[in-house]
Design a binder for this molecule. Sequence first.
Ligand SMILES: [Zn+2]
Length: 259
Amino acid sequence: MKMIKGVLLGAGLLLVTACMTTNEVTGRSQFIIIPPSQDAALGLEAMNEVKKSAPVQTSGPMAERVQRIGARIVAISDAPNLGWEFVVIDEPVLNAWALPGGKVAIYSKMVESFTSDEELAAVIGHEIAHAVLRHGAEQMSRAQMQNLLIIGAGVAVGATTEDDETAQMAVGLASLATAGFVQLPHSRKMELEADHVGTMYMAKAGYDPRASVRLWQRMKTLKEGGGQPPTFLSTHPSDDKRISRLEERMEEYLSYYRK
Ligand SMILES: [Zn+2]
């Protein structure tokens, strides 16, 4: 954060002012240098890269289950018209991620670990919320600001063509995605925000929001069960923190569910 602050104080004040946008869903002010129009191209290109290097399933029972739940939640979300795509990556990993523009992947172990659609809806709702709230673009903007500092030129924004920039970012994003690290750069604030908005969405779509608490309790057990640490959980907020936050607002979520 210190590095970013340095840049802001230096060359970038005007840029920063221009790039602060208020998120319509959360009301939170976000620093995003990627225009919304670029999200779609970026996510599509990154997803195509992932498809080249990972065992991606776009059809079959697992993918169809994820797509059915995804479509139901997307329909009541704040961005039903993004270029949504839901795929399964056939690897024994407890993880899921969302790329800008609504490209979502759930790993097969995650799908198989939750036989109830409601718990899987909690996972998918969380990822849909990341995409709707543009957390990927926000995170990439922060990373780009750091790069700008490294090359020492705040004025370099816009010096490369948009297409080259998109292609470069997409390849970088895809390698992060296939390495299972897409979740890692999200801040604690973003994770809790995705929990909140995702649980609201699942409830509005007719899934019992109490399943979100069961999801995190189950993930905790799976994690303690040994094997590899689930990447999905390795971000900042602890499971207990997530659970207590969700429980605090459960009445609100239930009011959407009972409508
Ligand atoms: Zn997340």
